[in-house]
Structures are given as structure tokens and as C-alpha cells.
Design a protein around this ligand. Structure first.
Ligand SMILES: Cc1cc2nc3c(=O)[nH]c(=O)nc-3n(C[C@H](O)[C@H](O)[C@H](O)COP(=O)(O)OP(=O)(O)OC[C@H]3O[C@@H](n4cnc5c(N)ncnc54)[C@H](O)[C@@H]3O)c2cc1C
Length: 403
């Protein structure tokens, strides 16, 4: 087998590494090129939805190891800042629909670390740090990337296929001239992590709480060692000042004031986008994860959708590699996963943001009543939770395969 007979993957985030491990376990040579000097350990996604955990079951032991480092959230809540809990959902109603009828609260970097150590066991899997992809070229039956190496050289690296999993600013996508259509919201999201125990204030909180308010909605998410508090922030606010000790303490005091300083262990703010690439495929080059789509974090669907891309794509590449299908199967990847991103993830996350910030009290009340009616009806509860847990859409779009 020629050295270039491999799958090259740009980016060692959760998406690139899931694709790499799937392929490596099927004896397919993979080379992962990562711009950073190590795997990122920034605080980003911290929620794994049931169908993502079901996919990860294929990496024996990884879901349980992730769970050992996280929290099982069987319940999650929709609240109103004035009224308190509107509905507390019990995901156990999905026990016949998934192996994991709960959300797993654990940071995405824990998954990438686990996959890195698994990949190390395969001689045909290589992860090269400090290799920044700066361009991508489709070739006849192959694909090439231009890479800046740690020595400062620029080299061309070839593979039979290339997966662009190099995040929202994907050089692979931009190098191919593929548009990233959509919008950027005129606000930043401010994320503050504190060891303060919010359950001492609201004992009925769950590990995941979406809290609606016409003036300042927020999300309270529990991870093992902290509560993460997410707020919207105006673009007009001085960005440095918004992260100052004084402002961070003041923002936290708007939620509750314990009369002491909050112990803040992390703070960041970031722009929020809703975008989908106009194409996911150019010859033997495929986009996956944030390089293909990005959305606001309300509902926790970005990383989950990206990991689902990785499994869908890697499964098809493995079938093609074994000679059981031709490359046209890759068009189905684009069809299924773009449909999921546009028809489900974008719609849901935009709706979630609108619900949380609704200013019309009549509409807000109607929505709360509607949620309560759903919660009172077991069949409708299951249907609702199948939807927001990404199970229903995944089933619907993946059924296109059989059509
Ligand atoms: C604050 C925050 C909270 C979030 N919360 C959630 C959540 O609760 N649930 C959820 O599902 N999603 C969430 N997301 C989104 C989630 O983090 C992303 O969707 C996810 O990281 C996408 O994975 P990825 O592998 O596609 O890209 P990334 O994680 O961005 O990984 C891309 C990798 O490629 C590398 N890279 C970049 N450029 C190059 C290059 N030119 N050459 C080589 N390597 C390169 C990067 O260093 C990185 O390692 C959140 C995001 C943020 C910012």
C-alpha cells in the first residue's frame, strides 16, 4: 500500500479524532494534522446527548470512562427567572430509545484526550502536532493539503481522502472557496464558571437549566467542579471590561447575591454564529463538524452534530475503502448531514434563543403553558424529548439512506 493511501484529517478536535479512531479501528491508515502543539483543553462543549453517546459506544469503554469524569444528567429544566421551574424533564422516558437516557455533562477535551490515547495503539494512525493546514486541493482519486510544519517549511501531503475537521475558520473550506452561509448575532455570549453552589439558593435546580427572561436570559450548567453561567452580552460593551473581576462579580450578583465574592475559575466571551457550508464535498475532500456548520450553544448541539457527522462520514469511507460502494456514497453524506444541520440544528438553536429572550409576556406565558401540557402527557413528553435530544432528527435524516 502506498504511503499516500490513507485518510488525511485536518484538525484534532472531537470531530477529527472521532473520525480518525473509527477509521483506525477498521484498519484504515489515518494521518491527523493539528495546528496546535497539543490538544485544546478550552472550556467549550460540556453536554453529550444520548445519540452521540450511542455512537461512542462503538469505541468500547469510552462512554463509561467519560461518565466517570462527568455527571449523568437524567433531569433537565426549563425555568423562568421570575416564576422558577416551569418544567423538569425526566429523560428516563427514553430508556427504550437509547442506551443512554440522559445527558452527560463533561467537557469535550476529556473525550479528545481519551481518543488520543486509544489512537496511540494503532501503528497505522498518526497524529502530528504543529502542522497547520493552509490549503486543500482535490486530485483525481485523491486529495492534497498544503501544510506549514513546525520547521517553518511548507509541504504538500496527500491522501486518498481528506476530511476538513479544522473548525469554524476551516482553511480546508476556505481553500476550496466554499461559502459559509448564515448570520452572526449582534451579541456576545459571556460564560463564567464558579464554584459557588447554586443549589444552596434553588434546591430544585438540575444539572442543566435554561432560564428565560425578557431582560437577561441565562443558562446554568453543572460540570464536575463548577457551575457554568452563560449570559448574553451587548457588542457595545467594552470586551476587556466585561471580563474584569468587577464586571464578572456584578454579572453574577444579578443572578443571586450571597453577600460574598464568587470564586470564579474561568471566564470567556465569544461571538455567536448560525452558518452552514454550501457544500460538504469537493471530490475526495469532505467537511465535517464546525468547518461545515456552526450554531449558538443553546441546546448543546454543535459538538454533538459534529460527532454525528464524523461517524456518518467515517462509516461511509470504510464501506468505500472495502470496495463495497463507490465514491458517490459520499454525496449521501452531504445530503444527510446538511439536511440535519439546516432542517434541525439551525432551526432548534435559533428557536431556543428566541424562547429564552421572549419579551412579549403573553407569548411567554403561552409557551410555558404549552410546555406544561407536554410534560403532563407521557406520550407527548417522549416525543418532545426524542426531538430535543437529537434522536428523532437523526433517525429521520439517516433513513434517507434506505430510500
Ligand atoms: C463556549 C462554547 C460552548 C459550547 N458548548 C457546546 C455544547 O454544550 N454542546 C455542543 O454540542 N457544542 C458546544 N459548543 C460547540 C463545540 O465546542 C464545537 O461544535 C466543537 O468543538 C466542534 O468540534 P470540531 O472538531 O469540529 O472543531 P474544533 O473543536 O474547533 O476543533 C478543530 C481543531 O482543528 C485545529 N485546527 C484549526 N485550524 C487548523 C488548521 N488550519 N490546520 C490544522 N488544524 C487546525 C484546532 O486547533 C482544533 O484542534 C460550544 C462552543 C463554545 C465556543
Amino acid at each position: 500500500m502506498a504511503e499516500t493511501d490513507r485518510v488525511v484529517i485536518a484538525g484534532a478536535g472531537p470531530v477529527g479524532l472521532c473520525a480518525a479512531l473509527y477509521l483506525a479501528t477498521r484498519d484504515i491508515p489515518v494521518l491527523v494534522l493539528e495546528a496546535g502543539d497539543d490538544l485544546a483543553i478550552d472550556l467549550r462543549a460540556s453536554t453529550f446527548h444520548p445519540p452521540t453517546l450511542d455512537l461512542l459506544d462503538q469505541f468500547a469503554g469510552i462512554p463509561s470512562e467519560l461518565e466517570a469524569q462527568g455527571l449523568r444528567a437524567r433531569h433537565w429544566q426549563y425555568r423562568d427567572r421570575q416564576e422558577g421551574a416551569i418544567v423538569t424533564w425526566d429523560m428516563d422516558v427514553l430508556r427504550d430509545d437509547t442506551n443512554h437516557p440522559y445527558r452527560l455533562q463533561t467537557e469535550q477535551w476529556k473525550l479528545t484526550r481519551l481518543i488520543q490515547s486509544r489512537l496511540a495503539a494503532f501503528p497505522h494512525a498518526e497524529l502530528r502536532f504543529g502542522h497547520k493546514v493552509v490549503g486543500a486541493t482535490p486530485k483525481d482519486g485523491a486529495a492534497a493539503v498544503t501544510v506549514e510544519t513546525p520547521d517553518g517549511d511548507k509541504v504538500e501531503i496527500e491522501g486518498r481522502y481528506l476530511i476538513g475537521a479544522d473548525g469554524a475558520n476551516s482553511q480546508v473550506r476556505q481553500g476550496l472557496g466554499i461559502d459559509y452561509e448564515g448570520l452572526t448575532f449582534p451579541e456576545l455570549f459571556l460564560s463564567i464558571s464558579t464554584t459557588f453552589e447554586y443549589k444552596d439558593v434553588w434546591s430544585d435546580l438540575t444539572y442543566v437549566n435554561y432560564i428565560a427572561d425578557p431582560d437577561e436570559w441565562l443558562v446554568l450548567l453543572r460540570v464536575v467542579d463548577a457551575w457554568r453561567v452563560l449570559f448574553p452580552t451587548s457588542l457595545d460593551e467594552d470586551r476587556e471590561k466585561a471580563l474584569s473581576d468587577e464586571m464578572v462579580q456584578a454579572r453574577l450578583r444579578t443572578v443571586c447575591d450571597p453577600g460574598v465574592e464568587f470564586d470564579v475559575i474561568h471566564r470567556t466571551h465569544y461571538g455567536v454564529h448560525q452558518r452552514v457550508a454550501t457544500r460538504y464535498r469537493e471530490g475526495n475532500i469532505l467537511l465535517a463538524g464546525d468547518s461545515a456548520h456552526i450554531n449558538n450553544p443553546l441546546g448543546g448541539m454543535g459538538m454533538n452534530g459534529g460527532i454525528q457527522d464524523a461517524f456518518n462520514l467515517a462509516e461511509k469511507l470504510a464501506v468505500i475503502w472495502r470496495g463495497e460502494a463507490d465514491d458517490s456514497l459520499l454525496d449521501l453524506y452531504e445530503e444527510q448531514r446538511r439536511a440535519m444541520a439546516i432542517g434541525f440544528v439551525q432551526e432548534s438553536t435559533i428557536r431556543n434563543r428566541e424562547m429564552l429572550k421572549e419579551t412579549d409576556s403573553k407569548i411567554r406565558q403561552e409557551r410555558h403553558d404549552d410546555l406544561r401540557r407536554i410534560a403532563d402527557d407521557p406520550a407527548r413528553t417522549r416525543e418532545y424529548l426524542l426531538k430535543v435530544s437529537m434522536i428523532a432528527a437523526l433517525r429521520e435524516y439517516e433513513e434517507q439512506e434506505a430510500a
